[in-house]
Ligand binder design. Structure first.
Ligand code: BG6
Length: 491
């Protein structure tokens, strides 16, 4: 099967933080892939910006090395060369005035071209960069700015950052990335819910017992210890990725796929989340921190060793019981969990339907499990609908719990683009549906802040768990107290 490629208009993309990990690991490999698929129109220009004193030729060599490491297509020498030819470099320190004129010169030409500024930098640079762009008259009506999470570390700092960017760019020009929204299966949540008649009539607390969102990673904090120490799993994963997933599961059908229609519905979900604060944090939250253990096929150190801080109280695991307090969801808990150094990398949304009201089958037929819809985001993207069916055989009526199983790679037999491929092209097209609006980001922080505040007053810190296990025992108890269990049996 061949996917349809819609070419985008020629554009200029300026990557601040052009020699950083994100640029090398994700952005340039994603751009290369779009280039290979013929999505770019001539003349498109990609300009890396950073403090390093490189010239364009030296910068291109670093990109070539990055493609070798992070792109499966790096063997295509002619195409790599053509791609590198589009790339330029401007050395500048965003805090200084020097260098901006060179950037302006590189960007000169037709002022109506799409111009995108990607800020792959720390969030405290967002405001200063926006200001410099305005001061050097680089912001055209067709300009966009792309910023990465974390947008601040609480509601107040997020508002300050949004104010600073908003002083230069209008909201429709600002693209706040949550790369989970670019994942194919995350978008499939919308297709599944709103392009099928089957689920939506059942998509409420009358029929759904609970929802589980798991984003598990087997890796530790790797080289990001300094960032992670100030962040922790709640800010790093829950404030953005998990809450965005929750919104897509819980939102009302938007009037259309238009950006503000979707974002307006997601905002309503965020505003409906029942607060977790000092009054209920002990019951509704579990924090964990990994100890040394076995993961990814070998022995691994503890988080404290990873970050070189024996006294660290940063959480590397969070489990939450969340209530969406509105008519659709009252009585259906959402259980969220995420963590590092868990047994495997797996992200899933599990929708567990209610028990049947009455069984006509005898005890010998076997236990009747709840119907579950498992949406696997990664790896092995796909959907499983777990149903009770009759076991084949001439004997009595034996029931078996089996999945209707659809693996996307097998079903579609096409390459599933990386999240950044789609998101970057959406920015160029000006389609903001998969990006977070200011009010969403701030509403998410307003819900997160009281949890952190409550934790800061608790006498005990994160509970230990061994690397390579599913988090502290308390996380299991969080769900079992309600007579339920996490979905490990069907992972
Ligand atoms: C990032 C977090 O946003 O998402 C990382 O900062 C995490 O800590 C990563 O590892 C997970 O993304 P993915 O796409 O690998 O699931």
């Amino acid at each position: 099967m061949v996917s349809r490629i819609l070419k985008v208009d020629p554009f200029d993309l300026v990557v601040f933080g052009g020699t950083g990990d994100l640029a090398y690991r994700k952005l340039f490999p994603a751009l290369f892939r779009r280039f290979l698929d013929g999505q770019f129109s001539e003349p498109t220009r990609l300009i890396g910006v950073s403090r390093q004193p490189l010239d364009s030729a030296a910068y291109r060599r670093t990109i070539a090395e990055a493609l070798q490491k992070f792109s499966t297509e790096a063997g295509r020498a002619d195409e790599v060369k053509a791609f590198l030819d589009m790339i330029d470099y401007v050395p500048l320190d965003v805090g200084q005035d020097a260098g901006w004129d060179l950037l302006a010169e590189r960007l000169s030409g037709d002022p109506s071209r799409v111009r995108a500024f990607y800020l792959a930098t720390a969030a405290d640079r967002f405001g200063p960069i926006a200001k410099q762009l305005a001061a050097h008259a680089l912001v055209t009506p067709n300009s966009r700015i792309i910023v990465e999470k974390p947008i601040g570390h609480d509601a107040a700092s997020a508002a300050r950052i949004n104010d600073a960017i908003g002083a230069v760019f209008s909201e429709r020009q600002i693209f706040r990335i949550d790369h989970y929204l670019g994942k194919e299966t995350v978008q499939n949540l919308m297709a599944l819910r709103f392009a099928n008649a089957l689920f939506e009539p059942l998509w409420n607390s009358a029929h759904i017992d609970h929802v589980e969102l798991t984003v598990a990673e087997s890796i530790g904090v790797e080289s990001r210890g300094t960032y992670y120490e100030n962040s922790g799993a709640l800010r790093d994963m829950v404030q953005n990725h998990l809450l965005q997933l929750l919104c897509l599961v819980a939102m009302e059908p938007p009037a259309s796929l238009e950006a503000d229609a979707v974002r307006g519905e997601k905002l309503k979900v965020l505003e409906s989340l029942a607060p977790i604060d000092a009054s209920n944090a002990a019951q509704a939250t579990v924090r964990g921190q990994y100890r040394a253990g076995a993961s990814e096929g070998g022995a691994v150190p503890s988080y404290a060793q990873d970050v070189g801080n024996p006294d660290t109280a940063t959480e590397t695991f969070v489990a939450l019981k969340v209530a969406v307090a509105n008519w659709r969801w009252a009585g259906t808990p959402f259980y969220l969990r995420t963590g590092k150094r868990l047994p495997q990398r797996v992200s899933e949304v599990i929708v567990a339907f209610r028990k049947i009201p009455h069984s006509i089958f005898s005890a010998e037929s076997g236990r009747i499990s709840k119907t579950r819809l498992v949406i696997r985001l990664q790896p092995d993207e796909g959907i499983k609908l777990w149903l009770m069916l009759k076991e084949p055989g001439a004997g009595g009526m034996r029931l078996r719990y089996v999945p209707l199983d659809m693996n996307f790679a097998e079903a579609f037999q096409i390459y599933a683009p990386e999240a950044y491929e789609r998101l970057l092209m959406d920015v160029i097209r000006g389609n903001a549906t998969l990006f977070m609006r200011r009010d969403e980001v701030e509403a998410a922080w307003r819900w997160i802040d009281p949890i952190r505040e409550a934790w800061s007053h608790m006498s005990d810190g994160p509970r230990p768990y061994f690397a390579g296990t599913w988090g502290p025992a308390a996380a299991i108890a969080l769900v079992e107290r309600d007579g339920r269990s996490w979905n490990e049996d069907v992972v």
